[in-house]
Design a protein around this ligand. Structure first.
Ligand code: PGA
Length: 246
């Protein structure tokens, strides 16, 4: 039996509501659901209603790219979990390297968000990964151990099992230069041991596209891909799965 593949698209700060609608008009024409494929799309907050509509019509998972951990109050510019729940959001990307490095999100904040999302019955897509500097200094595993342990501290085993993990080496994100399948497999295998649950879902992210999908997704400990650039067009997004299968 072939493993289930998670193909998740992180649109980042791209795609207006109108563009989201257009995306799904095109997507509907080429998407062929498969029992071993779970597609997910993560849009900016302002496009979530349009995303919910398109995703539901096509039977795909959808979510947000961030959320605040308090349910409401004086937090100007933030969006809460109940606000996402109203739209039907089930998944939230947390700890993406752009949140960590551009917006200064700490391990502590990511841990609070992870707990709040789980408490609301939603699924965190928890991102972690090292910078080039950290890799070259031989600190890859030390950095990731800190990131993962701080997010998982105090969680029950069944909560840890619900999280979807996404290893994203910062140097491979948006650079066109993916990690090699060997590098990605090494980290995902190590992560599975650290998380201490052999069944957790672990994605690889960082310049995944049709041309490198088969090699990366064939790796034993890689359950799918978190895709940035290639997820903005239905054809290049879905090509990742077809390239893996063919
Ligand atoms: P990329 O982004 O596919 O454009 O490298 C991946 C991500 O940041 O999730």
């Amino acid at each position: 039996m072939s493993k289930k593949i998670y193909l998740y698209g992180n649109w980042k700060m791209n795609m207006t509501a109108a563009e989201t609608k257009k995306f799904f008009d095109e997507f509907a024409g080429i998407y062929k659901p498969a029992s071993d494929l779970e597609v997910g799309v993560f849009s900016p907050f302002t496009s979530l209603w349009a995303l919910a509509d398109g995703a539901k019509k096509n039977g795909v998972v959808f979510g947000a790219q961030n959320v605040y951990f308090e349910p409401k109050g004086a937090f100007t510019g933030e969006v809460s979990i109940p606000m996402l729940a109203e739209i039907g959001v089930t998944h939230v990307i947390l700890g993406h390297s752009e949140r960590r490095h551009i917006f200064g999100e700490s391990d502590e904040m990511i841990a609070k968000k992870t707990k709040a999302v789980l408490d609301a019955g939603m699924i965190p897509v928890l991102c972690y990964g090292e910078t080039l500097e950290e890799r070259e200094a031989g600190n890859t595993f030390k950095v990731m151990e800190r990131q993962l342990k701080s997010a998982l501290e105090g969680l029950k085993p069944e909560e840890i099992a619900k999280i979807i993990y996404a290893y994203e080496p910062v140097w491979a994100i948006g650079t066109g230069k993916s990690a090699t399948s060997g590098q990605a497999q090494e980290v995902c295998e190590w992560s599975r041991k650290l998380i201490a649950d052999p069944k957790v879902v672990i994605l690889y992210g960082g310049s995944v596209k049709g041309s490198n999908a088969k090699e990366l997704l064939s790796m034993k400990d890689i359950d799918g891909a978190l895709v940035g650039g290639a997820s903005l067009k239905p054809a290049s997004f879905l090509e990742i799965y077809t390239a893996y299968k063919n």
